[in-house]
Every structure is written in C-alpha cells, then in structure tokens.
Write a protein that binds this ligand. Structure first.
Ligand code: ADP
Length: 377
C-alpha cells in the first residue's frame, strides 16, 4: 500500500462538547475546498462523531486487497472512524489501551489513504491513551489545533492539552475559541453565554496564537445534526467565515515536530544494562530518557523505557517518537549513526559504563569523557 501523507494535523481539546469534532470536520472540508487531498481520521474510539458529522452514518468501511478502504465523502475528502465499523450505533467500545493503540496503528498503517496533502486527526477529549498512541503512530506531527470554549472549566483542561503538546514537542498551530458569544438573529445583539476569554488567556500564558473565535450558531448545530459540513452548507455565513478566517491564520508551513525540538526540552536517551550505560545499544535491557531544561541545563525528569524487539533501523525511529534529541552510547555502527542523524538525534559515542545521571551531568558540563567507539560494525 503506497501511502504518502504530506502534513499531519491533530485537532485536540481538553474537554468534550466544546465543538472539537465539528471544527475538525470543517477544517478538513475547508482544506479540501482549497484543492487539497484530505483524509479525516477519527481516533475518538469511545465517542466517534465523524460519521454523523459527514452524513456517513450506516456506511461501512470495506477491506480491499491492499488494506482498509477509507470512505469517500467526495473526491477530495476521505474518512476513517471506528463508527464506520460498528454494526450498531449504540454499541459501546470497551477496550483497554493496547487494543486502542493497535486500532489506531491500523488506521494509520493499514488504510489505503493514497496520496494525501493533509491528514486531519480528530482526537478524543483529553490527553489519554488515544492522543499518545496517535502521536506515537504518526511519528512526525506538523501541528496541533486546539479547541476551547470561553469558560474556566474548559480552559483548565485545555491548558493540560497545551502542556501535553509542549512535553511531546508537538507544534501548537493555535487555539480556536468556539461557542464564543451568541448573536441574536432577531435583534443582532451579542450575548456572551459563557463568561471568560478562554483562548486569549491560553494564548497569552503559553505563547501560542489565538487563531479566532467562532460564535454559538444554531445553524451550525443544525448542520452538524443533519450531517452537512457547515463550510459547504452555509459557506457565506458569518460563522463559516469566522471558521475560514481562523483556519487561514494557521501557519502555512507547519513545522515538523523534529524541527521544533530545540525550542523545547532536550531528551537524552541512554541504553542501559544493570542501571549503567550498555555498550551494546541495539540489545540493551532498557533506555533511560533524561529530560533537561535547555536553558537552565537542569535534569527535569528521567523515565525508563522498554525498547521494541531488536530489528535493524527500529530504534532510531522509536527513540525519535519518544522525543529523544540525543543518544549517549558506548559503541555504534556507522549505519545506525546515520539513521539517528536522519531522525535528528545527535549521537555521542564512546561513553563509559556510568549511570544516566553521571553521563548527562558530565555531558551538560562538557566533561563527558568519550573513548573508542567500541562496537563499530
Ligand atoms: P466535541 O467534539 O468537542 O465533543 P462536537 O463537535 O461533537 O464537540 O460538538 C458538540 C455539540 O455542539 C454538537 O451538537 C455541535 O453541533 C454543537 N456545536 C459545536 N460548535 C457549535 C457552535 N459554534 N454553535 C452551535 N453549536 C455548536
């Protein structure tokens, strides 16, 4: 199956019901109407909304010779959702993390997406299993669009979303405030239904763009219920224009996750055996991933990770997905060094069998003693 996906965008929110799926659908339609080929992936496994929002309820995904065929909304937009697999819309999916991870992996790797300019991913609310699996499976994320509503309760959870993005070095494209005031269709007076200015506060506190505000609009709710994307259904309305304006303010060339890493935390990976650096990084027991604040050069966190089974080329990609920016190793072959470099991971070889703390502290102080690259093969 030859998939090529140019840009991967996530739509996230801290809370349910803030209009994240509605915005994800309208973003996908807006991109499609700009002449882009777009895939819309619904990874909200417990509450899939995309089939309903695209009027695809009752349709089913089919397996083709090469994998799962996404459902075509039209020639420019295809969608995949677990809601397009369930026999009964009332069926509850009761799954634990690993099953959800496998499904998300299949949705990315076993779906015949073909050549896409954009894959828009509608994440479930919050920062749980699905969001993490999606980030791991997609690898490079070009940007995350965050949806909030104005009130404090939503803002509290959306802040966690922004922190999640920062911790995983995901570029935040900006925040959209939805349900931001209601303009009475009769007297045209605006009423702020929810107190607060959620997006503005998040934007200021986290230094991310506030892309725009979308009013509460009964026509949008009706369009959602009728399965008609609002950008098609009422393209000239002020609300559709507010959506288009907000989408149009997203950075044109979203930066890849890898390119923005240096703005965020340094994460140094160290292969371990018995709690000390293992000279054989390909067959080590565990990796320590040590996070360092790049400005203060202080170690902020250390986690131990179990690597996937050894296979050539797997570790550089896996460590890149974990957010590693450097690896301190004993010995490493030239090919592996190239693969790490391709994944933007700096390689330091010839380090001694010390503990992760000793190695990272010495490295940060410019005092790491490196010897021979002892298993260069
Ligand atoms: P989420 O994905 O955050 O759970 P949804 O996109 O499913 O939220 O939206 C929740 C409900 O709110 C839907 O019924 C939708 O039609 C409605 N809705 C979303 N945004 C607006 C809006 N700006 N004006 C009116 N109704 C909206």
């Amino acid at each position: 199956m030859a998939n090529s996906i140019e840009h991967r965008l996530l739509v996230m929110s801290g809370k349910g019901g803030v209009g994240k799926s509605s915005i994800a659908v309208n973003l996908a339609v807006w991109l499609a109407r700009q002449g882009k080929q777009v895939g819309l992936l619904d990874v909200d496994i417990h509450g899939p909304s995309i089939p309903k929002l695209l009027g695809l309820e009752g349709a089913r995904l089919q397996a083709g010779d090469d994998g799962i065929e996404p459902l075509a909304f039209d020639r420019a937009l295809k969608a995949v959702s677990i809601g397009l697999m369930l026999n009964n819309p009332n069926e509850a999916v009761i799954w634990r993390g690993p099953m959800k991870h496998n499904l998300i992996q299949q949705f990315v790797e076993n779906v015949c997406w073909g050549a896409l300019d954009y894959l828009v991913v509608d994440c479930p609310p919050g920062t749980g299993d699905e969001a993490l699996s999606t980030v791991q499976v997609l690898g490079a994320i070009d940007g995350v669009l965050i949806v909030t509503t104005p009130q404090d309760l939503a803002v509290l959870d959306v802040r966690k979303c922004v922190t999640f993005c920062k911790q995983l070095s995901l570029p935040v494209l900006g925040v959209i405030e939805n349900m931001s005031g209601f303009v009475c269709p009769h007297c045209l007076k605006r009423t702020d239904v929810f107190a607060g200015t959620g997006a503005e506060r998040i934007a200021a506190d986290f230094n991310v763009p506030h892309l725009g505000s979308i009013p509460l609009d009964p026509a949008l709710a009706l369009a959602c219920d009728a399965g008609k994307p609002f950008m098609d259904f009422a393209a000239d309305s002020p609300t559709a224009q507010a959506l288009a304006h907000a989408f149009g303010r997203m950075p044109n060339e979203p930066k890849r996750q890898i390119e923005t890493k240096e703005n965020h935390q340094m994460k140094i990976a160290i292969p371990l055996a018995g709690g000390r650096l293992s000279a054989h990084f390909g067959h080590c027991e565990q990796f320590a991933l040590v996070s360092v604040d790049p400005e203060s050069k202080i170690i902020t966190e250390q986690v131990l990770l179990n690597p996937p089974p050894h296979e050539p080329g797997v570790l550089p990609k896996w460590l890149a997905e974990q957010g590693a920016t450097a690896i301190i190793a004993g010995g490493m072959g030239q090919r592996a060094q190239r693969l790490f470099a391709d994944n933007n991971i700096e390689v330091i070889v010839g380090a001694p069998a010390e503990t992760p703390e000793e190695l990272v502290s010495n490295y940060l102080a410019g005092a790491l003693k490196t010897g021979e690259n002892i298993c260069d093969h």
